[in-house]
Design a protein around this ligand. Structure first.
Ligand code: KIV
Ligand code: ZN
Length: 435
């Protein structure tokens, strides 16, 4: 990966700034095939899940939640096919979700037979609201559900007949709506039952199941939880942000700064309601700060194609890094600055990406410069001259730019749309070349 100019190079005069930066990638866990899939109008079929699974492996995900095998026959069969069809690379751990309920846990253990590495992810909801309106239980009743689930999981693991390397994950679902001391207490009880150690740590996944607070509030909760958890070294702290306020990415970045070590999310932010955390954006945000995200984003258009085909969803035109329009510049002054930046990088052979208005070299994610310059009524003289030079080899003298730019604007206004390069050339030909 390239080195980028980290924004910290711009100093604030009166303090060390920024006070904290993300310095390494977390462990990523894709929940595309579970949380993402459960939010689709048409859930993925077996072929689609397999294709998506392989795409995730190819990107470098080492932990992938593949579904909820006790929830339906289809989910169960998909889990079996992944295992029996030898689809899972040895260095990839599949994760299976299950509620802390006896019959579902038993079915889950049947579903994972023969797998090499598995994370059994169990959960129950702990928030004040869910306790009051859904479960009608006090906190002790909720702790009992988690503890009973943990006991059964421990027993089934201890008596497991096979070579599967089983790890545990517990989620106090709706964590961010739970009193923090209760969240800590319930997780400690689960850890006691599972006899977690630093060599055999549990993943404690702390979901922002419904994002209802500012990102710093979620980060404060993560920080508080970490600070007060006994046996902290026997747990891996994972976050699972959703995006109801549109701040899932910010919440994740702040949670990482607060000490989280693992992130669950999806590609392009698919998931319930406004989605799960978008791993592509967080990963590439790290990349732009010079931190290796340890996931391969070098062919985003291919990922987009697989994503759109398998999920039947469309990625928005302004979606960071992948949207159709995110590497375009419509304004002439932007286009001019971009041209100057690209030229500067080339002339100086810079290790850095020093191009105004474009935060990342589009080529790094498998995209191109060509679409940057759009020839429309706002694009001005610089853009038209750029396309004439790069597409057609005509380096127009500077003095000619204003006149040619004006002719291009007239043509755009006449057609009521932007010009494609061929039409731009027609304008040039009609006005300057001999017929
Ligand atoms: O959002 C959530 O709380 C979940 C849990 C099941 C982890 O998806
Ligand atoms: Zn979720």
């Amino acid at each position: 990966y390239k080195k980028y100019i980290p924004f910290k190079q711009i100093d604030l005069p009166d303090r060390e700034w920024p006070t904290k930066v993300i310095t390494k990638a977390p462990t990523w866990c894709s929940v595309d095939l579970r949380d993402g899939n459960q939010a689709l109008i048409d859930p993925m079929n077996l072929e689609e899940k397999l294709e998506f699974f392989h795409a995730l492996c190819d990107m470098g995900f080492k932990e992938i939640e593949i579904g909820f095998p006790s929830a339906s026959e289809t989910e169960y069969e998909i889990c079996r096919e992944l295992i029996e069809g030898n689809h899972i690379p040895d260095d990839v751990t599949i994760q299976v979700l299950v509620q802390a309920r006896e019959h579902l846990i038993k079915k889950t253990f049947e579903a994972i037979k023969g797998a090499k590495n598995v994370i059994v992810h169990f959960y129950n909801s702990t928030s004040t609201l869910q306790r009051k309106v859904v479960f009608k239980k006090d906190i002790d009743g909720i702790i009992d559900i988690a503890v009973e689930g943990a006991k059964l999981i421990k027993e089934l693991t201890d008596n497991y007949d096979g070579d599967t390397n089983i790890r545990f994950e517990y989620s106090p679902e709706s964590f961010s709506g739970t009193e923090m001391d209760n969240a800590v207490k319930i997780c400690e009880k689960v850890m006691d039952v599972l006899e977690c150690t630093p060599e055999n740590p549990i993943i404690l996944n702390l979901p922002n199941t419904v994002e209802m607070c500012t990102p710093n509030t979620y980060a404060d909760q993560i920080e508080y939880f970490i600070k007060h958890l006994k046996n902290r070294e026997s747990a891996i702290i994972s976050v699972h942000p959703h995006n109801d306020r549109g701040t899932g990415v910010a919440a994740t970045e702040l949670a990482l700064l607060a000490g989280a070590e693992r992130v669950e999310g999806t590609l392009f932010g698919n998931g319930e309601r406004t989605g799960n955390l978008d791993i592509v954006t967080v990963g590439l945000n790290m990349y732009t700060q010079g931190v290796d995200p340890e996931l391969d984003f070098s062919n985003l258009p291919k990922l987009k194609e697989i994503f759109e085909r398998c999920t039947n969803m469309k990625i928005g035109e302004r979606q960071p890094y992948i949207g159709e329009l995110v590497f375009t510049a419509f304004s002439g002054s932007h286009q001019d600055a971009i041209n100057k930046g690209v030229k500067y990088c080339k002339d100086t052979n810079s290790d850095y990406w020093e191009v105004p208005y474009i935060p990342i070299d589009p080529a790094d994610v498998g995209r191109q410069y060509e679409p940057i310059i759009r020839i429309n009524s706002q694009s001005g003289k610089g853009g038209a001259a750029y396309v004439m030079e790069h597409n057609f080899g005509y380096e127009l003298p500077k003095k000619m730019h204003p006149e040619f730019g004006a002719l291009v604007q007239v043509k755009c206004d006449e057609l009521g749309r932007e010009l494609v390069p061929k039409e731009l050339f027609e304008v040039f030909k009609d006005n300057y070349l001999e017929h």
